[in-house]
Design a protein around this ligand. Structure first.
Ligand code: S3P
Length: 446
């Protein structure tokens, strides 16, 4: 049975009910870490060898942006992403002044890159992206960057396009109003160029890939729970970054393996940084059988640039409902739509709360997930900051519109293979934002 054939236009793809999923897979490289490798590699003084960079629309946008800003890529990615390449960073000379930077669909690029360029006097940049990007707020970075002395104009007080006029920056201490790794990362990167130290205080722990990579590049970083300080530095040397597989991509198979009876899937070389593994603890609490064996702990500049890597095995089991709130939310923020799907196959009422940030993602992931799963037969309702799912241990099937959101497209596919009658996904092509080979990989396991 084919579980992901395209009709050629990328408009509608059908995912039929599947028997057990079995086999071993290495998902594509981590999107968050790839963006950071492109940006921090471009800031660095000298070459960075990048191994296993993610080949996806989003991360190609990052490479194109840093190349336009003056970083040299060798070899340059063409139709295929080279297995490894070097980024020759621009160093203390700073980025080239440019007319326009197009971030496409990449929110991480939109939020991190201004941190780099805002501190270079004499430069002028405009940043914009697709329709989804233009609906996602950037005042969250513009406000604190202005407190550091940056000159930034945003649209309607909140949104891209934005205009950045380089200015001299001064370090600040800033308490994030919402837990966001993107905002934290923007300010830490801006701090590299500021006068004096820059401190970010976060209400809840978020992914710390920027801190890990900056430390590997020799930046002075001081960390304590809920607080990170960076000191200015003009000669970062990243040397080498090997990017682990993305736990957010692995998560589609973790949930598929947990809900399709008889499944056993082994996922290799997964990034298991504890600020990203919320999905593992949530699924375990729901009763999923998940094993993690460390494969590597990247130390210094090798093996992930300090990022821990592991083999994750999932076996199907009977699931029960759970509650997700508070500090667990940022640790699984991109996987919460999948938690809602798993909850459809669990017994009891699952509550996801404190997750209003889901409304600020590539789509409004509360509204879109609730609509999609309800149309497939789920007992699910939206709340202001999350969802409530009444698990019935089954889904009927139907149609899922991805609304151009990669994670919703892939969610629809997993719902389809686990459903009774299959799911048709409208705009499956959106998956290429983070996982161009997703349908083929799913096919291999089914
Ligand atoms: C990301 C952080 C998260 C996440 C996004 C990637 C990052 O966003 O949802 O997909 O790479 O820093 P926020 O930190 O803004 O919640």
């Amino acid at each position: 049975m084919d579980h992901g054939s395209s009709n050629g236009s990328g408009e509608r793809d059908r995912f039929e009910p599947s028997g057990p999923l079995t086999g071993t897979l290495t998902p594509p490289a981590d999107k968050s870490i790839s963006h950071r490798a492109a940006i921090i590699g471009a800031i660095a003084d000298g070459p960075t060898r990048v191994i296993n960079f993610l080949d996806s629309d989003d991360t190609r946008s990052s490479l194109a942006a840093v190349a336009d800003l003056g970083a040299l890529l060798n070899p340059e990615p063409a139709t295929y992403m080279p297995e490894e390449f070097t980024i020759e960073g621009v160093g203390p000379g700073g980025p080239r002044s440019l007319g326009r930077i197009d971030v496409g669909n990449a929110g991480t690029l939109m939020r991190l890159l201004p941190g780099w360029i805002a501190g270079y006097e004499g430069g002028l940049w405009r940043m914009n992206g697709d329709a989804s990007i233009r609906r996602r707020p950037v005042d969250r970075i513009a406000d604190p960057l202005r407190l550091m002395g940056a000159e930034i104009e945003v649209t309607d007080g909140r949104f891209p396009p934005i205009r950045i006029d380089g200015r001299r920056l001064t370090g600040i201490e800033y308490e994030l109003p919402v837990a966001s790794a993107q905002v934290k990362s923007c300010l830490l990167i801006a701090g590299l160029r500021a006068e004096g130290p820059t401190t970010v205080v976060e209400p809840l722990a978020t992914r710390d890939h920027t801190e890990v990579m900056l430390e590997a590049a020799g930046a002075r970083i001081e960390r304590s729970p809920g607080r990170v300080t960076v000191w200015p530095s003009s000669n970062l040397k990243l040397d080498e970054v090997e990017i682990p597989a993305d736990i957010s991509s692995a998560a589609f198979f973790l949930v598929a393996g947990a809900i399709v009876p008889g499944s056993e899937i082994v996922l290799e070389r997964i990034g298991i940084n504890p600020t990203r593994t919320g999905i593992l603890s949530i699924l375990r609490r729901m009763g999923a059988e998940i094993e993690v064996e460390p494969q590597d702990t990247g130390s210094g500049h090798a093996g992930g640039g300090g990022e821990p890597i592991g083999r994750v095995t999932v076996r199907s089991s009977k699931l029960r409902a759970t509650r997700i709130a508070g500090e667990e939310v940022p640790l699984a923020i991109d996987e919460l739509p999948l938690v809602a799907l798993a909850a459809c196959f669990a017994e009891g009422e699952t509550v996801i709360a404190d997750a209003g940030e889901l409304r600020r993602k590539e789509s409004d992931r509360i509204a879109v997930v609730v609509d999609a799963l309800r149309d497939l037969g789920a007992g699910i309702e939206a709340t202001a900051d999350g969802m409530i799912v009444n698990g019935t241990r089954a889904l009927r099937g139907g149609t899922v519109n991805s609304h151009g959101d990669h994670r919703i497209a892939m969610l629809g596919a997993i719902a389809g293979i686990a459903s009774r009658h299959g799911v048709e996904v409208i705009d499956m092509k959106a998956a290429s934002v983070s996982y161009p080979g997703f349908a083929a990989d799913l096919n291999r396991l089914t």
